[in-house]
Ligand binder design. Sequence first.
Ligand code: PEP
Ligand code: MN
Length: 335
Amino acid sequence: MIVILKSDTASQSVQELVTNFKSFGLDVHISQGSTHTILGLIGDTGRLDMDQIRMFNCVEDVKRIQEPFKNANRKFHPLNTVIPVKDAAIGGGSLTVIAGPCSVESEEQIITVARSVKSSGAKLLRGGAFKPRTSPYAFQGLREEGIRLLLEAKKDTGLPIVTEIMDLSQLDLFAEVDVIQVGARNMQNFELLKQLGHTDKPILLKRGLANTYQELLMSAEYIMAFGNEQVILCERGIRTFETYTRNTLDISAIPVLKKLSHLPVVIDPSHSAGVAEFVPQLSMAAVAAGCDGLMIEVHNNPPCALCDGVQSLTQEQFAALMPRLSRLEAALQEA
Ligand code: PEP
Ligand code: MN
């Protein structure tokens, strides 16, 4: 980090500032120009608040020369992180597809969908047991029973399961869950992220509706800083001025996140589009842009779904999409 001081700064103020930075365990390199003094801060500047430094009267400007995330940063970890989940390897070079209903509704529903998506080539089963709904009157998920039914579907099909945690108090129920999802609305629930940092399970971290790449990576950093390196980043569409689709899929997230970080990037085209009709094209676009995986909502009877039926593919539509994705993936490997 570089701190540029105002031209008339007295040497006593410079010394006070230097002492302040040293108290954070940093080394300070002072470079005295003809008009300005510039301080180069050497060491872990991740804990410093740039706005707070600007509050010193003698400070003209502050610039970061390194991102504030370390564990998630590709600069410190050039190779892609691969997250093994049973037979799947998320980030391992081939596309991993996670599929299943928005919510677990019944044993018959989850087992039917699990068998179907497995036979189409999905490697993981998704399904919400705890549902973050905008309305308190909407279906909130089967909760504990939903997790039990997911585990039944896992036993039946062998597919590992991904499901969302909404609160720390639910953590004990996730003992046999393979991947814990942190939903968009909880991306900055820092206490939850810290606790998930103490677990040994992969975390699928969804980008908040209005969060920047850096904020997403800082949330990943929370999990990693507390000891859990297995974080999967998920772009699920952001809020823009466009209302035709539920959210706007930010395709740029793929190259940018993969440039900044070594963590795998998964795209959720279902919550991005909000309508099933556009899910295949968005999936293809995400694969073309280099995502490591897709998470797609699939239902055995979308018109009767208790949550997100409009954006859910039928089992047949999902079965038709999978070979198209494989052909695209193969073509890209040759390109
Ligand atoms: C979901 O995956 O079912 C979900 C609620 O997603 P998001 O947090 O992205 O809205
Ligand atoms: Mn959903």
